[in-house]
Design a protein around this ligand. Structure first.
Ligand SMILES: [Zn+2]
Length: 217
């Protein structure tokens, strides 16, 4: 299994490439390109939110607790929430994610369970797409693709590391096939993952229908 540093190095490199690609030739502005690079790099850390302990996971939850509420700011402003209301939401969301959600994660997750899977990657992409409010749908899609790219780099890397290259013939380790997958051996975990995916797809569909009429604003 690839370590945290390997993952962040690879997804960081993917992020730089992807951010550059977003600016030229896709034509997004530099700030959007930088954001895309960051989102891609973070995407590469997400699957290991399921690993039991350690600084990376705590670090990630600290980051998620700060960034996820910030991504909601535009949405809250759009909904007419007062500045005080927005600040209060940010604070509560921080505490909620940092302590409550991270504990829940610890209880529920199995390492190399459904967090390491293709549907989980789609869930991450849809979350970014839905959370980020912008009149320009292409930037939301671009960011969603970024987080999925980072996520995928993680899954592929974990698979690459499950091949034992020592010896004449490469052998597969027991962990092979446990990262790039569509379902795990746990039916409840697999079902939950697909339920979340279905729910998010439905929300994205509603969002698409709505923004078809008022251009997303
Ligand atoms: Zn992993």
């Amino acid at each position: 299994m690839a370590g945290f540093r390997t993952h962040i190095t690879v997804s960081g490199a993917c992020g730089i490439a992807y951010g550059g690609f977003a600016v030229q030739p896709l034509g997004f502005n530099t700030e959007a390109g930088l954001l895309a690079a960051g989102v891609t790099a973070v995407g590469g850390m997400l699957p290991d939110l399921d690993s039991d302990s350690g600084i990376p996971v705590r670090e990630l939850f600290g980051l998620a607790a700060a960034v996820i509420p910030l991504m909601l700011v535009r949405r809250l402003m759009h909904a007419g929430v007062s500045p005080e209301g927005i600040l209060a939401t940010l604070l509560f969301a921080y505490v909620f994610i940092r302590y409550f959600v991270s504990n829940l994660f610890k209880q529920l997750s199995v390492h190399r369970g459904m967090y390491h899977s293709i549907p989980a990657m789609l869930v991450a992409g849809l979350c970014v797409y839905l959370a980020y409010h912008s009149p320009d749908r292409t930037i939301r899609m671009m960011l969603a693709c970024g987080v999925m790219l980072g996520f995928l780099s993680h899954l592929i890397l974990d698979e690459v590391y499950s091949v034992d290259w020592r010896g004449v013939k490469p052998k597969l380790k027991a962990s092979a096939g446990s990262a790039v997958k569509f379902g795990s051996s746990s039916l409840p975990a697999t079902a939950t993952c697909y339920l979340i995916l279905g729910g998010l797809l439905y929300l994205a569909y509603l969002d698409l229908k709505k923004s078809g009429t008022d251009l997303g604003f």
